[in-house]
Write a protein that binds this ligand. Structure first.
Ligand code: ADP
Length: 584
C-alpha cells in the first residue's frame, strides 16, 4: 500500500478498529459480569436452601410433614422460590405453585444431583414460570426418608439487562462498521480515485504528452487541485507552442540558407547544424557524432584551436579535394559563449560554382579573343598591304579584297553566334517562358529546306525519314536554327552521302534525330563536343568558316525547352545527334 493510501485509509480504519475493540471488550466483560452475578445468586440460594434445611430437618424427623409443607407453601421471601421434593420426585410443597399442578421432578438435573448426595446448582428455563431460573437443590436425609430442598431464584433480570446492552453494543458495532465503510468508500471515490487519476495525468504530462486531458471532478476536495494542474498544463502548452514555433522558424531559416552553419564544442564535436552543413560534411550518413578533427580540411583544426584560445574570429578560403572534383569553400569562424561555455560557429559558403563561373568567363573571353584574333590579323594585314603597296596589280588587289570580305564575313558569323548564344542564355534565366505552340514537323521541314541547297551542291541526299505529328510550346526560330546547325555539320564534316532527319516520340518526349553515315566522332571527343569552341577537326572547321559555337547553341536551345542534346556515334559509321524535348 502506498504511503498516501496508508494516510487516507489508516484513520477511518483505526476508528473502526477502536469501535470493534470496545464492543469486543464489552461482550467479554458482559460474560464476566454474568458469571459474577450467577456466582452471587448461587451463593445466596445455597445459603437460603441450607437454612431452610436446618429448619425443616426436625419437623420432618418427627413426622410433622404437614408443618413442613405449610412452612414451604408460606415461604414468602421474594424473589426466592422454595420447593420440598420427595425422593421419588413428587413435590410435597412449593412456595409459588400448587404442588398438585407440578409434575414429577425426578428428572430435574438439580434434583438428581442432590439425591446423589451432591448439592447442585443449575440455570434453566422454566416452562411453568416462563422465565430463566437458577435452581439449587440439596438432599435432606430424615428419619422418615430422604427429601430434597430446592431453592430457586429468577435469572431473567440480569440476563435481560445484559442482553439489551449486548444488542446495543452490536448495533453500535454495526453502525460504527457501516460508518467506517461509508467513510472509506467516500475517501476512495472522492479523494483517492481522483487523486490517482490526477497523478497518472501529471505523469503523462511530465513525460511530454501535453495533449493529455485532465479530468476535473464535479465536486470534492481534489476539484481545486485538478483545476490548478489543468491551468498549469494549459499555460505550459501555450509557452511550449511559442518556444517550438520560434525554434521552428529559426530552424527553417537556417535550413533555407545556402550557407552551411555548424556549431562545435571546444572538443570539436558538432552540436548543431543546418541541412546545408549536414550535406557538406555528410553528417546524417555517418551516424556517429561528427568531430572537426575528422573533417576533410586539416587546416581548419589549428584555426579552431587558435580561435578557442584567443576568442578571435577567422575567415579563409579552402579547397576541398573530393574524389571527382575540387570544392572551394569560404569559411568564417567565430567564438560564441552560451551558458558560460565557448562554442565555435562556422559559416561556410560554397564558392565552387562562383569560381567555376569566373574561370568559365575568363576561358570564354580568352577563346573569343583567340577566335577574333585570326580574322582580325588577316583583315589588318590585307588593309595595310592595300594601303602601303602601290605596286599591286588589279588581280592581287582583288585577291586581297576577297580575303577581306571572307574574314569580315567570318567575323560577322562569329559575332552573330556569340550574340545568339548570349540571347538564348538570357532567355534561360527567365523561369516562366512564354512560348507559342508550334508544329514540330513544320519546323523540321523548314530547317531541311534551309539546308537543301547546300546539300544538293555537295551531292548529299537529305531525307525526312519519319515525322510524327507532334506539337510543342517553343521558340520555332531557335529550334530551326539548332536543327539546321546539326544538318549543316553533317553536310560539312561527316563525308556521308546521306543525311536522315526524323521526328519520333519516346515516352513523353519528342526526339529530333539528325543521322549521318560518315566518319563519326571518336569517344574521347564525345563528352566535350557540346562545349563552346570545341572542335574535332580544327583546320577543317576554320576553312569552312565554322565558329565552333554551333553545337553549343544546339545544347542551349534544347535546355531552353527543358530538354537536352546528346550524341551517339561510332567512328567510321557516322553520328546520330538527338535533341530530346519534353512534351508536357
Ligand atoms: P563548328 O562551327 O566548328 O561547326 P560545331 O560546334 O558546330 O562548330 O561543331 C564542333 C565540331 O564537331 C566541329 O568542328 C566538327 O569537328 C565536329 N562535328 C560536328 N558535327 C559532326 C559530324 N556530323 N561528323 C563529324 N564531326 C562533326
Amino acid at each position: 500500500m502506498k504511503n498516501r493510501d496508508k494516510i487516507l485509509f489508516g484513520l477511518p480504519l483505526a476508528a473502526g478498529g477502536l469501535v470493534i475493540l470496545f464492543a469486543v471488550l464489552f461482550l467479554w466483560q458482559r460474560r464476566s459480569f454474568e458469571q459474577a452475578y450467577m456466582r452471587d445468586a448461587h451463593n445466596n440460594i445455597a445459603q437460603e436452601a441450607y437454612l431452610v434445611a436446618l429448619i425443616l430437618q426436625p419437623l420432618l424427623d418427627h413426622g410433622h410433614i404437614e408443618e413442613a409443607r405449610k412452612f414451604c407453601s408460606d415461604f414468602q421471601k421474594d424473589p426466592l422460590r422454595l420447593s420440598l421434593i420427595r425422593a421419588d420426585g413428587l413435590v410435597e410443597a412449593d412456595s409459588s405453585e400448587n404442588p398438585g399442578f407440578l409434575g414429577n421432578h425426578l428428572d430435574r438435573h438439580e434434583v438428581q444431583g442432590a439425591l446423589a448426595g451432591k448439592p447442585t446448582t443449575v440455570k434453566r428455563y422454566s416452562e411453568s414460570l416462563n422465565q430463566w431460573m437458577i435452581y439449587h437443590a440439596l438432599k435432606l436425609p430424615t428419619v422418615q426418608g430422604d427429601y430434597v430442598i430446592r431453592a430457586a431464584v429468577t435469572a431473567d433480570q440480569a440476563t435481560r439487562i445484559l442482553r439489551l446492552a449486548g444488542n446495543h453494543m452490536l448495533l453500535a458495532m454495526l453502525l460504527g462498521g457501516g460508518m467506517v465503510f461509508l467513510l472509506i468508500y467516500y475517501i476512495h471515490r472522492r479523494v483517492r480515485r481522483p487523486l490517482q487519476s490526477l497523478q497518472n495525468t501529471v505523469a503523462e504530462i511530465a513525460s511530454g504528452n501535453l495533449e493529455t486531458r485532465i479530468d476535473i471532478p464535479a465536486s470534492g476536495v481534489v476539484r481545486e487541485l485538478a483545476g490548478g494542474v489543468s491551468h498549469m498544463a494549459e499555460q505550459l502548452k501555450i509557452q511550449l507552442a511559442e518556444v517550438t514555433s520560434g525554434r521552428n522558424a529559426i530552424e527553417a531559416i537556417l535550413n533555407a540558407m545556402s550557407e552551411a552553419v555548424l556549431l562545435f564544442t571546444d572538443n570539436g564535436e558538432v552540436v548543431k547544424y543546418n541541412q546545408t552543413g549536414a550535406r557538406l560534411f555528410k553528417l546524417k550518413e555517418s551516424g556517429a557524432k561528427f568531430n572537426l578533427a575528422r573533417s576533410d580540411i586539416p587546416e581548419l583544426l589549428p584555426l579552431a584551436h587558435r580561435a578557442f584560445q584567443s576568442g578571435e574570429a577567422f575567415e579563409k578560403e579552402f579547397t576541398l579535394q573530393r574524389s571527382r572534383s575540387a570544392q572551394t569553400l569560404f569559411i568564417k569562424g567565430r567564438i560564441i559563449v552560451q551558458e558560460g561555455k565557448p562554442f565555435l560557429l562556422l559559416t561556410i559558403t560554397d564558392l565552387t560554382n562562383q569560381r567555376k563561373l569566373e574561370s568559365f568567363r575568363s576561358d570564354f573571353i580568352a577563346n573569343v579573343s583567340h577566335e577574333l584574333k585570326t580574322p582580325l590579323t588577316c583583315i589588318i594585314g590585307a588593309t595595310e598591304t592595300i594601303r602601303e603597296e602601290n605596286s599591286l596589280n588589279a588581280e592581287q588587289k582583288n585577291k586581297l579584297l576577297e580575303m577581306l570580305f571572307e574574314q569580315s564575313h567570318r567575323l560577322n558569323l562569329l559575332v552573330q553566334d556569340i550574340l545568339s548564344l548570349a540571347a538564348i542564355e538570357k532567355k534561360q534565366l527567365v523561369p516562366e517562358r512564354d512560348f507559342a505552340t508550334l508544329s514540330l514537323p513544320a519546323m523540321l521541314a523548314g530547317a531541311v529546306q534551309l539546308c537543301a541547297e547546300k546539300a544538293a551542291a555537295r551531292g548529299i541526299s537529305l531525307h525526312l525519314t519519319e515525322l510524327v505529328p507532334l506539337q510543342l510550346a517553343g521558340d520555332c526560330q531557335l529550334l530551326e536554327q539548332a536543327v539546321s546547325n546539326l544538318i549543316n555539320n553533317a553536310i560539312l564534316y561527316s563525308n556521308s552521302q546521306v543525311v536522315d532527319v526524323s521526328l519520333t516520340r519516346e515516352q513523353d518526349s519528342a526526339v529530333i534525330t539528325v543521322r549521318d553515315y560518315g566518319i563519326g566522332i571518336a569517344p574521347e571527343h564525345q563528352e566535350r563536343i557540346f562545349e563552346r569552341f570545341y572542335r574535332v577537326h580544327k583546320e577543317r572547321s576554320r576553312q569552312l568558316g565554322g565558329t565552333g559555337l554551333g553545337l553549343a547553341i544546339v545544347k542551349h536551345v534544347a535546355q531552353l525547352h527543358h530538354g537536352h542534346a546528346e550524341l551517339q556515334s561510332t567512328p567510321g559509321k557516322g553520328c546520330a545527334f538527338r535533341i530530346i524535348l519534353p512534351l508536357a
